[in-house]
Design a protein around this ligand. Structure first.
Ligand SMILES: Nc1ncnc2c1ncn2[C@@H]1O[C@H](COP(=O)(O)OP(=O)(O)OP(=O)(O)O)[C@@H](O)[C@H]1O
Ligand SMILES: [Mg+2]
Length: 459
């Protein structure tokens, strides 16, 4: 949406003036849309975007007072405060020009106009308007938390090499990327890395947590709204897609988008087109999408909870992040890096890991993956008595080592049930009778569930 390429709105009741202006501006490479009366100009703004408006202040109804023109100016500025408006006044009516500036005109031109001055005034106004829109965008961007720009990315293990190679290859393209992996495997880190390695690196990376948006505000959040679109809409608001224009939009937890909203997303993903809520003006954006989820998205599609067509738009490239337990060579360098970071943060210089401690970390199953490791290291720095962190300084839960699935929190009833059964079995040392009692089930009911979930019980 480079404002410079948008047309210029011209309003004047004299056809020859409109035509002369149109030809003059055309010779300067601008396209124009011309309107013979204030109402038509105002109506046009409701459904079109303009780089600037050039409006006469006097119209047929009342050819000298400038009232109609000033009303139009006010209405235009109200409808779109960032739109630069240049007023045209009759020669010598300087009071009217002053009044127009007071009402928000960016500049004025006296008729008959001087071509060179008119072009330079318009050019300035268009540039200022574009800057104002960019600033409006920036303000909105700053209110969003943006990720750290040079965070460290550790991936020395063999399992990560194909992942790294794939990122190198696809990051500079505009292909949409879907990042899949368990909780805490670094999907967010990967999204930021891809953005930094892309042609859009100098632009914004906007992140949206799709699990955190209430269904009722989904559209306003994603597409923006205009003032008055609903009771609380006191001002225009830029949506996430517009914020990310020319940059990257990171749709985190993509599997959590309610089904009804997926169709709305599909259109913008396919066409790049959308409307702000309450507006009929179609806007176009150029956005590179990165989506992430820890859900089994294929299963979500099979269960009818996620649109296949949307998935196919998002996963032009899929990146599968292996869980930490499948890339144990990364544990030591990650642990050292987190240790150093926490030691700096808590002013505990000289912290080290004992050999035992490192071994314990390398053997643990890490159901919470890299995030869990970073938390464990932070706690160890805070609680260790000596400079060398010992195994005892970690509170790793050994029981989890045998049941990696049990600790990754899941919101599926089936998973929760399975987790409870595994946990109970473990606590009862595999004794079926005791486990059934603990769970309030009959032995037969417990057996049915063991079979259903494929849990092997060794009594
Ligand atoms: N390869 C890595 N190198 C360095 N730090 C990492 C790496 N992978 C993950 N981290 C760190 O681990 C933490 C978790 O990573 P991140 O938030 O990206 O995971 P995630 O897969 O998005 O998790 P979730 O599914 O919960 O959203 C972050 O603090 C991140 O900086
Ligand atoms: Mg994440």
């Amino acid at each position: 949406m480079a404002d410079e390429t948008l047309p210029i709105l011209i309003a004047d009741d004299q056809r020859d003036v409109l035509e002369a202006l149109r030809l003059l501006l055309k010779s300067e490479g601008h396209t124009c849309k011309t309107y013979g009366d204030p109402a038509a100009a105002l109506a046009a703004l409701k459904s079109n975007a303009f780089a600037a408006a050039l409006i006469d202040l006097n119209y047929t109804r009342d050819t000298t007072s400038g009232r109609e023109g000033l009303e139009l100016l006010k209405a235009l500025k109200q409808a779109e405060p960032e739109l630069p408006v240049v007023a045209m006044t009759a020669w010598g009516s300087i009071n009217l020009a002053v009044e127009a500036m007071r009402l928000g005109a960016g500049d004025f031109i006296e008729k008959p106009w001087d071509n060179t001055r008119l072009i330079s005034v318009l050019r300035n106004q268009i540039a200022l308007g574009a800057a104002a829109r960019r600033e409006q965008k920036l303000r909105a961007e700053n209110s969003l938390l943006r990720g750290d720009t040079d965070e460290e990315f550790i991936a020395q293990s063999r399992a990560m090499q194909p992942v790294l190679a794939l990122i190198e290859r696809v990051a500079p393209t505009d292909a949409n990327i879907l990042v899949l992996g368990e909780n805490g495997t670094g999907k967010g880190v990967i999204a930021r890395l891809i953005h930094r390695r892309s042609k859009r690196a100098e632009r914004t990376l906007v992140k949206v947590n799709m699990g955190g948006i209430a269904e009722s505000v989904f559209e306003a959040e994603m597409f923006g709204h205009v003032r008055g679109a609903f009771t609380d809409a006191k001002a225009d608001r830029v949506g996430r897609f517009e914020l990310a224009d020319d940059g990257t939009l990171f749709l985190d937890e993509i599997a959590n988008i309610p089904y009804a909203q997926q169709a709305k997303l599909l259109r913008i993903v396919e066409e790049g087109e959308f409307e702000r809520v309450g507006s009929s003006r179609t806007l176009k954006v150029d956005v590179r999408l990165i989506a992430a989820t820890n859900a089994d998205i294929g299963a979500e599609v099979a269960a009818g909870r996620f649109r296949k067509d949307l998935l196919f738009r998002l996963n032009t490239v899929e990146i599968h992040l292996p869980p930490l337990r499948e890339r144990r060579e990364d544990i030591a360098p990650l642990a050292q890096s987190f240790l150093a970071r926490s030691a700096r943060r808590y002013q505990r210089a000289g912290m080290q890991l004992s050999a035992d401690a490192l071994r314990a970390l390398e053997q643990y199953s890490w159901p919470g993956n890299v995030r869990e490791l970073s938390h464990v290291m932070e706690r160890a720095v805070l609680t260790a008595n000596a400079n060398e962190v010992q195994q005892l300084d970690f509170s790793l839960q050994p029981s989890l080592a045998t049941a990696p699935a049990a600790a990754a929190p899941s919101m599926r009833l089936d998973d929760a049930e399975q987790d409870m059964i595994r946990g109970a079995l473990e606590r009862c040392g595999g004794n079926i009778q005791k486990t059934a009692e603990m769970l309030g089930l009959s032995r037969a009911a417990l057996y049915r569930r063991l079979e259903k979930f494929g849990i092997r019980a060794t009594e």
